[in-house]
Design a protein around this ligand. Sequence first.
Ligand SMILES: C[S@@+](CC[C@H](N)C(=O)[O-])C[C@H]1O[C@@H](n2cnc3c(N)ncnc32)[C@H](O)[C@@H]1O
Length: 335
Amino acid sequence: MDNPEQEHNAAVPAVQPVTVEVDAFENDSAYGDEISNFTASMTTSAVDYRNENGRRYHAFRDGRYLIPNDEPEKQRLDALHMLYRTLTGGRLFLSPLPPTINRVLDLGTGTGSWAIDFADEFPSTEVWGNDLSPIQPDWIPPNVRFVIDDFEDEWLYGHRKFDFIHARYLAVSCKDFPRLIRRCYEHTVPGGYVEFQDWDSTVYSQDGSTDGTSIKHYYDVIRPAFDKAGVECSPGTKLEGWFRDAGFEDIHVEKLFIPLGGWPKDETLKAVGFLNLIQATKTGFEATALAVLTRNEGWAPETVADLCAQATRDVWNPSIHALFDFYIVYGRKPA
Ligand SMILES: C[S@@+](CC[C@H](N)C(=O)[O-])C[C@H]1O[C@@H](n2cnc3c(N)ncnc32)[C@H](O)[C@@H]1O
């Protein structure tokens, strides 16, 4: 593996160091509805949102997804979009796509930021994004289509297949990843690519500084709750095997570090860590924990707020060097 002293190069994620160096300031006490252009039959039921404990949740297939879809959540997803682009040196995908791509699908598109950026970069490509929630903007490039759809159901995209299917951050969204990836295979043209970018939701540190912290406690509480709810919260490590089982070839795996906090010395990882801190504290901890713990585990909202407040306090402590692993995996359907 790479030399731990090696500088991180944002443009080439493969050369990330094994050890993330801590910045010298580590001993400081602290540092500092819209309806979009849906082509699917738009029913009022899709915007008849569920409001619960101060947050708003999707209406189409109510209950399937346990994270809100309101304004704070949209801002969080957009902060994460910035995080991923910073992490990959600006790249939207790592697959070696040909210069001409006819049709692309983004699964669980969220605010549609990835699909919109892709459509801007490839103006002659037809870009589709699906989601349970119509939370994408009205003003979009002419080559983007957003549809309300449940990607775990049968896919209704006509007989035409996609040249590229992309899915990012479907952790805690999907019950059956192997089936979803098999379906991607079926709906990709021969020679086309499928790329998934996703988290391992296990928080850890390389120096033991997360042991016994409230950050670790937070993830130790929510992971089993999502397991019980039947959704996968750490798909990252398993993607390669699922791609292989589905029949993809030339599978490529990239493992990247996502720090939680601005503690790394490396400038790119510091920026990524701060963006992760921002999304977690505003309002990622709450967004992720609230429904799964109140609906499924019988917690009071105040107890969830307490859990999140304690995790938030630890995230601002620069001597806690929390990290996640993030995986980008792509494969080609045999020609
Ligand atoms: C964590 S967000 C990620 C959004 C986007 N991929 C990104 O990276 O910015 C997951 C998205 O998947 C959507 N989603 C969850 N389950 C879904 C399903 N069964 N079918 C379609 N979309 C789904 C959610 O509504 C949410 O917008």
